[in-house]
Structure formats: structure tokens, C-alpha cells
Design a protein around this ligand. Structure first.
Ligand SMILES: NC(=O)c1ccc[n+]([C@@H]2O[C@H](COP(=O)([O-])OP(=O)(O)OC[C@H]3O[C@@H](n4cnc5c(N)ncnc54)[C@H](O)[C@@H]3O)[C@@H](O)[C@H]2O)c1
Length: 253
């Protein structure tokens, strides 16, 4: 893809799963990648495996729910690379999803934690990185949302509401700074077979998800990372403020 070679890309949430795969994909496209995550060992594992395959990556531990921590991550990126060209905001607190029952019974701590990581955290990274992208005349932000942001679901109200909030955040950023060269888009994956889901999800859940797709298979991390790279690259340079489904046709909209 055009325009990623040599670019400094910060990925917020890339120790495991989709973020790690996107970090690899962006590095293969020639980007210099900062792997930020609350899981320090996982972030270093991702960065080390990128370096082992000839890519350029550094790891940094941070907590996306903490304003000072986000500020420090962004500052260390600029210290290390002299600026910032693009951001992928991907972190999600997946440990809270199983406790995300319904709005009557949900533990308020689960609601608050989900909002703090999945939505407020994405806002914090946006807030600290937009001025740096503007310094370089613009840049791209790609958020990870979910098809849960627009499908009704009897469970997971916190997860769904935060993902819908991310879609609104992407549209806001595109509206506010698009004329100054910033593109902000969100990817909405359906169920993706990350290692954790492949190993841990009950077979009937996977069969049910496959039955809901208009596709012959379930999603792989590469399906998402290729869209992340495309939206970040110059090939996607006229795409702004969009919420892009990568779900094998699960939700047709
Ligand atoms: N896997 C799927 O089927 C699927 C589908 C739709 C959307 N998503 C979204 O994709 C993203 C990645 O999910 P995944 O399935 O790869 O799960 P994952 O748990 O492997 O990835 C989430 C990453 O976020 C990090 N993280 C969590 N809390 C953090 C914090 N406070 N600060 C910094 N980093 C933090 C985790 O350590 C992890 O590296 C999430 O936003 C999720 O909602 C996943």
C-alpha cells in the first residue's frame, strides 16, 4: 500500500489479538511502529517479533484509561521518532465483556471500566495525538469499533454503547479536522478468530456466528489488519469519517 513506508505509527493496544496483527501488517508495509499496551510483556513480544522479521518497532507500557499515562506514551513516541504520522486506537478491556450483562443488573464498576478503556481512553489518545498530526500537516487515525455498535443485543450494553461512541468520535474528528488534513475512520469487525477466541470460544457460538455471515468462513485477524492498513495508507486518502464493516457480511447496511 502507498504511503506507509517510514511513517511513524502509534498503536494503542497491540500486545495481543487484532492490534498485534495490525502492528505486524503496518510494519510489513514499512511503517515504524510504536506498540503501546497495558500488558508490557505482550507489547515487547509484539515489538520483538516485528524486529525479528526485519521490521522496526518499539514497545511502551501505558494505560489508556489514564490521562497522564497516555500523555507520557505520546511524548515518548515523539522523543523516539521526532513526530507522529498515524495512530491506530484499538485497546479494549475484553475481561469486562463477560460481566457486561444488561443495564438493570450490570455492576456499575463493569460499566465504568468499559467506558474508561473503550471510549474515554480512545478519546484521550485522540486528544493527545491530533495536535501532533496537525504539526505534520495531517495524518490518519483508525479506531477499532465493532459491529456491536449498531446491532441490538440483549447483552453487552456497555460494550455496544462504547463502540457506538467510537463511531461518533471518528465522525467528530473527521468533521472537525478533515479540512486540516486529518482522516479518522473506524473499523467494525464481526467475530474474528484471534488466538484467544479460536481456543476459548464454545463451538456452538462459532457455528452460530458462521450461520449469521454471508460468507464461507469466519474472520481472521488479517481481514481486519488489511483494512486498518488500507485506511491508514494513501490508498485510502479520500476516505474520511467512515465506519467500515469487516464482518463477512454479517450485518448488511
Ligand atoms: N476479536 C473480535 O472478534 C473482535 C470483534 C470486534 C471488535 N473487536 C475489538 O478489537 C479490539 C481488540 O480486541 P481483541 O479481540 O484483539 O482482544 P485483545 O484482548 O487481544 O486485545 C485488546 C488489547 O487491548 C489491551 N488493553 C486492554 N486494556 C488496556 C488499557 N487499559 N490500556 C492499554 N491497553 C489495554 C490489551 O492488553 C490487549 O492487548 C478491541 O477493541 C475489541 O473490542 C474484537
Amino acid at each position: 500500500m502507498d504511503g506507509l513506508k517510514g511513517k511513524v505509527v502509534l498503536i494503542a493496544g497491540a500486545a495481543t489479538g487484532l492490534g498485534a496483527d495490525s502492528a505486524h501488517r503496518l510494519a510489513r508495509e514499512g511503517a515504524r511502529v510504536v506498540v503501546g499496551d497495558i500488558d508490557a510483556e505482550g507489547a515487547e513480544r509484539t515489538a520483538a517479533s516485528i524486529r525479528a522479521t526485519g521490521g522496526e518497532a518499539t514497545a511502551a507500557q501505558f494505560d489508556i484509561s489514564d490521562d497522564d499515562s497516555v500523555r507520557a506514551l505520546v511524548a515518548s513516541t515523539v522523543d523516539g521518532y521526532g513526530g507522529l504520522d498515524a495512530v491506530h486506537i484499538n485497546a479494549g478491556d475484553m475481561s469486562a465483556v463477560t460481566k457486561d450483562s444488561d443495564v438493570v443488573s450490570i455492576d456499575l464498576d463493569v460499566w465504568d471500566r468499559t467506558v474508561a478503556v473503550n471510549l474515554r481512553g480512545h478519546m484521550l489518545v485522540t486528544r493527545h495525538t491530533v495536535p501532533l498530526l496537525l504539526e505534520r500537516g495531517g495524518g490518519a487515525i483508525v479506531y477499532t469499533s465493532s459491529i456491536a455498535s449498531f446491532t441490538g443485543d440483549p447483552q453487552r450494553p456497555a460494550y455496544s454503547a462504547t463502540k457506538a461512541g467510537i463511531n461518533a468520535l471518528a465522525r467528530h474528528v473527521a468533521s472537525r479536522w478533515g479540512r486540516e488534513g486529518i482522516r479518522a475512520n473506524a473499523v467494525t469487525p464481526g467475530l474474528i478468530l484471534t488466538d484467544e477466541i479460536r481456543e476459548g470460544a464454545p463451538p456452538d457460538l462459532l457455528a452460530g456466528m458462521l450461520a449469521r455471515t454471508r460468507s464461507t468462513r469466519l474472520g481472521e485477524a488479517a481481514d481486519v489488519s488489511s483494512m486498518v492498513a488500507y485506511l491508514m495508507s494513501d490508498d485510502g486518502s479520500w476516505i474520511n469519517g467512515q465506519v467500515v464493516n469487516v464482518d463477512g457480511g454479517t450485518v448488511l447496511r
